[in-house]
Design a protein around this ligand. Structure first.
Ligand SMILES: [Zn+2]
Length: 116
């Protein structure tokens, strides 16, 4: 049982596709940034330590963005499977307001909070 109307589903689908495009672009940028630093070429005010710290932060950011993108794509796959909007944990409708705020959400608030 899906609690979303057709209009709501269409709106959420649009939000997901926008989010995918935005996050995908962000991932390209942070992948570029996370490339190994050529320490021999680290010059100017950026010391080697700074360069390595910067790279570690860029990698962590890239990993977060990659995970977010995977979650959005997973939501889009569920859309195509007709399962979008139902909690993957308890099967209850996730709720339109929550999905507008987080279109990639796969779980209802209760289950998400229950995970800690
Ligand atoms: Zn749930």
């Amino acid at each position: 049982m899906n609690a979303l109307t057709e209009d709501e589903r269409a709106h959420l689908r649009g939000l997901l596709e926008l989010a995918e495009a935005r996050v995908d672009a962000g991932l390209s940028a942070s992948t570029q940034e996370a490339k190994p630093v050529d320490l021999e070429l680290a010059i100017g005010r950026l010391s080697r330590v700074d360069a390595m710290q910067h790279q570690q932060m860029a990698r962590a950011r890239r990993d977060r963005v990659a995970a977010q993108l995977e979650q959005i794509r997973s939501a889009l796959r569920r859309f195509d499977a007709g399962a979008y909007g139902a909690c993957i944990s308890c099967g209850e409708p996730i709720g339109y307001a929550r999905l507008v705020a987080r279109p990639e959400a796969l779980k209802c608030q209760a289950c998400q909070l229950g995970e800690g």
